[in-house]
Structures are given as structure tokens and as C-alpha cells.
Ligand binder design. Structure first.
Ligand SMILES: [Mg+2]
Length: 294
């Protein structure tokens, strides 16, 4: 039904693997550095990895799924539909939003319902999400709220430090590109990323994080060993590892900003091969000293 150009989740590491911490920090080392090369190109996911503007999006997406599944007349309870929807929404997180909608279409059809095109569901979702987050965007626009309050802690320090080390920074997001660009501006991150901001487009086959990575490597004529990536979704971690890069899992606690790793994200990202796990960038100086100087 859909051309799946983004790979599904593939567990390659058992989560019971022994890990250690950089002494005196919350920086968890799953695997010692393999690439003894200084990272030159650094790729970031956006939502949940840097930006918290869309924090709480599952609370919009999951009830919407439940609503449309209920309309099929299924005998499943609301709780059952909630659990089903929550599981597949979170499982697909990191891919473009349209993939969650493809799955909704499948689930509706499985129950004998007549589904609308996936793109329509994506638009409905997005409208509802914007109703929720427009006030946050407005707070940023008017200066009522500082960008740092809607960023993963330590983001500005991390990006500044990376630039000072001569790294080139890129963003690749499963959220629609026009919104990513707006939110990059609102969060005052433009100076770090310039033109290197990539996101989903309606023709979903013309974008993937893997394609962005390929272009970075080709344009700069470098191999994956010089690539460093940060993400809170499995797609970017899996893609970075596939080309031999170093992957930092950001197990961010988006709503609480507690400085403690989100266990669900941690397990899932270790599972696809993350080299390091961090809760946020509060200890970015130690992290970068490790990544750049060994
Ligand atoms: Mg993310």
C-alpha cells in the first residue's frame, strides 16, 4: 500500500548488554568509540532531540487514532484501541508522520472501515497539534518565553561548542520541512544550521533521513566514520550506524526535563545500536571532550 522507503525498527543489540558511565556523569557508554576519527559532520534529529515545541504530540495523535478506529464499529474497548494505537504510534516514531497514518489506514481497513487517504489524516492531526502548540510558538515569537525553555537542556552550549570545534551541523526531521524551518527560527537556531535544515515533504518518497545522510557524505566526499549523530528516535540512530558513524541516543524526558533518561527511549535506542546514551546536554563539555579527544 505504501512504499516503505524508511526501514522498520530492527533490534540488533540485546538491552541487557553491560554498559558503563563516563566517571561522575550521566553519560552512558554502550560501546567504546570505534571510529578513531574526529567528527566533522554532525546530524541532529529535531523534535525531542533539540526542540520541545511539539512536546506532547502523542496526546493528540493517539486519541485521534482511537477516534477513527472507533468509527469502524469495532467491538474493541477504548482502552484496547488506546493501547494498540499508542504502541504503533510510538513504534513508528522517528519516521515521517505519514507512516503513522499509513498504519492507521491499515488498521481501519482491517476492521472493515473505509479509510480516507493517509495524507488527509496527517492534515487533521497536524491541525489539532497546531491548535495545541500555537500558543507556544506565539510565546517564542513575542519573546514571552526564552528559546532555552523550549529546548532540551544544554542545546545552545552543545551547538556552540560543536561549531567552535569546526563541525558542520545538519538537521533532518520527520516533521514537515516548512514547520521545522519556522521552529528553527523561533528557537534561534538558524545560525547553527543555515541551509542545512531538512524535513518531510508531501511527496514522502523524496525525503528520508538516510537520503540526507547519503548526501552529506557524497557532498563532502567523506565516509561515515566522520559522521556523528544525535537522536531520540530509532530511525536516525539506525541510519547513522548503517554508514559507520557514531550515534548518540538522546533519551530526553520531554515533559519533565528532569535530567534523567527516559527508559523507554533508552532501551529502544540501545537496541538499534546507539553508542552512547544521554538524558540531555547538561554535560556536553565532557561529552564532546570524549567524542573529539577520546
Ligand atoms: Mg525525535
Amino acid at each position: 500500500m505504501s512504499d516503505n522507503i524508511e526501514q522498520d525498527y530492527r533490534r540488533v543489540v540485546d538491552t541487557s548488554v553491560g554498559t558503563s558511565f563516563l566517571p561522575g556523569t550521566s553519560i552512558e557508554i554502550v560501546r567504546g568509540l570505534q571510529a578513531k576519527r574526529v567528527p566533522r559532520q554532525v546530524l541532529f534529529d529535531f523534535d525531542g532531540t533539540l526542540s520541545l515545541v511539539r512536546e506532547g504530540w502523542p496526546e493528540i495523535m493517539v486519541p485521534m487514532m482511537v477516534e477513527f478506529l472507533t468509527e469502524t464499529g469495532t467491538s474493541e474497548s477504548q482502552d484496547e484501541l488506546y493501547k494498540l494505537s499508542h504502541d504503533f504510534v510510538m513504534e513508528l516514531n522517528g519516521k515521517q508522520t505519514i507512516y503513522q497514518m499509513f498504519r492507521l489506514v491499515e488498521e481501519i481497513e482491517k476492521r472493515g472501515g473505509t479509510a480516507r487517504p493517509a495524507l488527509e489524516y496527517k492534515e487533521i492531526y497536524h491541525q489539532r497539534l497546531m491548535d495545541r502548540i500555537e500558543s507556544r510558538r506565539d510565546d517564542l515569537r513575542t519573546g514571552r518565553v526564552e528559546p532555552t525553555e523550549m529546548l532540551v537542556p544544554g542545546t545552545m552550549e552543545l551547538l556552540t561548542n560543536l561549531m567552535a570545534r569546526g563541525a558542520v551541523l545538519y538537521l533532518a526531521s520527520g516533521t514537515d520541512e516548512n514547520y521545522v524551518k519556522e521552529e528553527v527560527e523561533l528557537l534561534q537556531l538558524s545560525l547553527f544550521f543555515g541551509e542545512h535544515v531538512h524535513g518531510a515533504v508531501d511527496d514522502y518518497k523524496s525525503f528520508s533521513k538516510a537520503q540526507v545522510i547519503q548526501r552529506i557524505l557524497e557532498t563532502n566526499n567523506v565516509d561515515g566514520a566522520e559522521l556523528l549523530g544525535f537522536g531520540d528516535g530509532y530511525v536516525e540512530i539506525q541510519n547513522i550506524k548503517a554508514v559507520g558513524g557514531t550515534a548518540v541516543a538522546v533519551a530526553s524526558d520531554e515533559s519533565g526535563r528532569s535530567g534523567k533518561p527516559d527508559e523507554w527511549k533508552r532501551n529502544r535506542l540501545i537496541g538499534v545500536g546507539a553508542d552512547l546514551v544521554i538524558p540531555d546536554y547538561a554535560e556536553c563539555d565532557r561529552l564532546l571532550a570524549y567524542l573529539f579527544e577520546g
